[in-house]
Design a protein around this ligand. Sequence first.
Ligand SMILES: C[S@@+](CC[C@H](N)C(=O)[O-])C[C@H]1O[C@@H](n2cnc3c(N)ncnc32)[C@H](O)[C@@H]1O
Length: 300
Amino acid sequence: MTVPPICDYEGSRYRTEFWVPERAYEDGAERAALRALLPPTGRLLVEIGAGFGRLADLYGGYERVVLLDYARSQLQDARERLGEAGPGGRPRYTYVLGDFYRLPFAPGLFDAVVMVRTLHHAADAPAVLRNISGILAPGGVFVLEFASKRHLKAIFRYVLRRQSWSPFDPQPVEFVPLNYDFHPAWIRRHLEECGLRVTRIRTVSHFRVGFLKRTVPTGLLVFLDRLLQPTGALWQLTPSVFVRAAAPADRPPAPPGSFFRCTACGSLLLVDEGDRLICTDCGTAFPFQDGLYDFRGGER
Ligand SMILES: C[S@@+](CC[C@H](N)C(=O)[O-])C[C@H]1O[C@@H](n2cnc3c(N)ncnc32)[C@H](O)[C@@H]1O
C-alpha cells in the first residue's frame, strides 16, 4: 500500500505567523460557522488536524475532547495553552499524535468530529473522509471545513484567463504542493459515498478581500459574514465552506470500554503501561510521552 505524503507542520510557527491580526476576520467567521453547526454539548469530541488548538475553546460543552495532529510541536503548544483539566475542570483533553490516514480510534466512538483547514492537505481526501466516517458513533456529527475551488475570485480569474484550472471542474486542484481546493459537489458526493448525510452547509469568508479587511471593522465583517453564511444551503461561492454531516443512527456503537485502536493490526485491546500503550494482539507499542500519545509509528 502506498502511503500518501504528509504536509508536516513540525516546528512551523503556524500560530504566530499565520494567525496574525490581519486574519482576525477569517478566525471570527470560522468560529461563527462552527458554533452554528456543532451540537453544543456531548460526551466525546475529536478534532482531526487540531494544530495548536485554536478552536478548542468552542468545545466546552463536551465531557472529553481529543485533539489529534501529526505535528508534535503543534500539540505541545496546544497542551501548554489548554492543559489537561479533568473531572473538576471540564472538558478533559487528550492529545494524540496521529495520521488522518490511520486513525487510532475504535470504530463508532465519537459523538462529534471536527476538521477545519486540514482536509486541504490530503492528497487522498476520500480515504480521510472514509476514516472519519468510521469513527463516528451512531447518529454522530461531522463538521468539516474545506477550501473550495469554486469561489468568486477563482471564477473571475478563470474567465479573465489569469488561472489555468477551471473552478467548475469537479476534481480537486493542487494549487501548491500538498494544498488542495475542492469542488463542493465533489465533497458532498464523497461524504455520501462513505455513508454520511449532509444536513447543513454554511459558506464562510464572503469578504476575504484585502481592501475590505483593511477598511471595514473586523466585528462588522464577521457579523455580515454570519448573516450570509446560511446562504450556503442555496449556493457556494466562497473560498471556505463548512458542512455538517451525520452518521446513520443504526450503525453499531464502539464496544463498551474501547477507545484506542492499534494502527498496526486494528485490535482494540491496548494495555496501558504508563509510558506506552501495548497492543495485546500484535505487540506494537505506542509511546506516551510528555502528555502526548504517539500513534504515528509504533514499535515492535
Ligand atoms: C492549517 S492547520 C489547521 C489547524 C487547526 N485545525 C486550525 O484551524 O487552526 C493543518 C493541520 O493539519 C495537520 N496535518 C497535516 N497532515 C496531517 C495528517 N496526515 N494527519 C494529521 N494531521 C495532519 C498539520 O500538522 C496542521 O496542524
